[in-house]
Design a protein around this ligand. Structure first.
Ligand code: FAD
Length: 485
């Protein structure tokens, strides 16, 4: 087998490899034009930039399989890429320029959709928003959504086991995947698309691929579950005095309306102010600025949406009376509900515009989250003067995005690599001490690969390395991500 290093030393070999790929995929299937490659060499946050030999864009599972075989023959590493909306640099190649980007975006067909069976089979490159639209057109819904839905693809969502804002009720991507098709490192195709309610033939291999970040196989298609379309939803923006009050409200709502409680997101005053300053047309839902806000959503698919609204109003009245909520507004219509969600979904973009920040996507046991935020934020701000710690997101899942914003004047690109790294290590140490995870939903990518190696239980790491070695012995699938060689 040729290796990546021999390819680097031998331009003629590189040219031969690219000719073979071009023959295989046709002119639409391969580009090495630097201008066309450029947007795909940097991650969404602008934190990582790499180089690539070229970008291959196969149009079918057979083409992916043949391409992977060719890469194995020439020893060329592959970096799978969907919408490039990932938050951990997992889809960005390294700086060596020896890898090719394997874009799944041309594989964007919905193969079948059955409202009767509540199932859809779609290719890896289908964008989440397109799937949601297709489900809606069939009177159904796909019960997972997130801020990057306009670019995130099904393959990327599966590869990162994405979460989002409905996990509280419907689970992560893992819970949505009924079957999977993937190309393995030797070019063979794992056909696990058939849906069997019961199947005990040993390991559940699709679960191994979900969340493997392109390091064990290339997801080419998936069978996903659909639910009946909602008949009613009630969306509330509430102002709160503290994160502890937010948790108490969540508990009350879960006890009373748990089967229809779909989302419970927390937004601190600082994040709301950033979005209001950054997002065109954004308006604060409440007259007063409270230290914390909660975006709460209830959804029903039942026959009586009016009953849902009445039930929510009753419980909301109770928590207001108990003083747990300072003020609240129920969205009057769909437009207003969408405007509330736009405030929540706009946090990442607004924060990106503010300047450098170290982002941590962490979880601790749900019941400990308020205590964690109250302890960790001041501790970090005291240790790193001028920094500001903000926590927002999925309180109901025990998962917040815990970001530490750089002090004024910090130089982007330098600060992250110096003080930023020390800050991340400090945050992750705290998370470990509180029994949590350094990656609740974004994955490890290249961003947290060293931190995982530093902090993970050696037994867990050993099992992961053994699986990687068994399925990708040459280490060509997304090298440097999730696990170092
Ligand atoms: P990419 O970014 O292209 O790739 C991500 C990883 O998956 C990489 O390691 C890549 O190699 C691998 N990969 C991609 N496609 C395949 C494939 N077909 N086979 C094998 N491996 C593959 N995520 C959440 O979980 N929750 C949120 O609430 C959330 N909010 C977001 C808000 C915004 C504004 C944005 C921009 C992103 C948000 N994300 C969130 C992150 C992001 O949308 C997810 O990580 C998404 O799952 C990645 O999909 P993608 O197609 O863009 O994948």
């Amino acid at each position: 087998m040729t290796t990546a290093s021999s390819l680097r030393r031998d331009p003629a070999l590189t040219a031969r490899f690219l000719d073979r790929v071009r023959d295989l995929l046709g002119p639409r299937g391969l580009t090495d034009d630097p201008d066309l490659l450029l947007p795909w060499l940097t991650d969404w946050r602008g934190r990582y930039t790499g180089r690539a030999l070229a970008m291959a864009s196969p149009a079918s599972t057979a083409e992916v399989a043949a391409l992977v075989q060719l890469c194995a023959e020439f020893g060329v590493p592959l970096v799978p890429q969907g919408g490039n909306s990932g938050m951990a640099g997992g889809a960005t190649p390294d700086a060596s320029g020896t890898a090719i980007i394997l874009s799944l975006r041309r594989m964007n067909a919905i193969r079948t959709l059955s409202a009767d069976d509540g199932q859809v089979i779609c290719e890896a490159g289908v964008v989440l928003q397109s799937l949601q639209n297709a489900a809606e057109a069939a009177g159904m819904r796909f019960p997972l959504t997130l801020g990057g839905k306009g670019s995130a693809t099904i393959g990327g969502l599966i590869a990162t086991n994405a979460g989002g804002t409905q996990v509280l009720r419907h689970g992560t991507m893992r819970a949505q995947v009924l079957g999977l098709e993937a190309v393995l490192a030797d070019g063979s195709v794992f056909d696990g698309l058939a849906v069997l309610k019961k199947d005990n033939r040993g390991f559940d291999l699709k679960q191994l691929l979900i969340g493997s970040e392109g390091t064990l196989g290339i997801v080419t298609a998936a069978c996903l579950r659909l639910l009946p379309a909602p008949t009613g939803r009630v969306t509330i923006w509430a102002g709160l005095a503290s994160i502890t009050a937010a948790r108490s409200v969540l508990q009350r709502l879960q006890a009373r309306l748990g089967d229809v409680l779909e989302g419970f997101e927390v937004v601190p005053a600082h994040c709301l102010a950033s979005v209001l300053a950054h997002q065109a047309g954004a308006r604060a839902p409440l007259a007063q600025a409270d230290p914390w806000n909660a975006l709460i959503e209830f959804v029903t698919s039942g026959d009586d949406p009016v009953a849902l609204r009445e039930a929510v109003e009753t419980v909301l009245g109770e928590v207001l009376e108990q003083g747990l909520i300072a003020d609240a507004v129920i969205a009057a219509n769909e437009r207003e509900a969408e405007a509330f969600w736009a405030l929540r979904d706009g946090i990442s973009a607004a924060e990106r515009a503010l300047g450098p920040a170290m982002q941590h996507d962490i979880s601790v046991p749900v019941e400990k989250m308020p205590e964690f935020i109250l302890a960790a934020s001041p501790a970090l701000e005291a240790r790193f003067p001028g920094c500001r710690a903000v926590a927002f997101g999925h309180l109901g899942d025990g998962n917040v995005h815990f970001h530490v914003l750089a002090p004024a004047g910090a130089v982007a690109g330098v600060w992250e690599e110096t003080e930023g790294k020390t800050i991340s290590a400090a945050v992750h140490d705290l998370v470990r001490d509180w029994g949590g995870s350094i990656s609740a939903e974004h994955g490890i990518g290249q961003m947290k690969v060293d931190e995982l190696a530093r902090l993970a239980d050696p037994v867990r790491l050993g099992m992961m390395r053994a699986i990687k070695q068994a399925l990708d012995p040459a280490g060509l699938l997304n090298p440097g991500k999730l696990l170092r060689a």
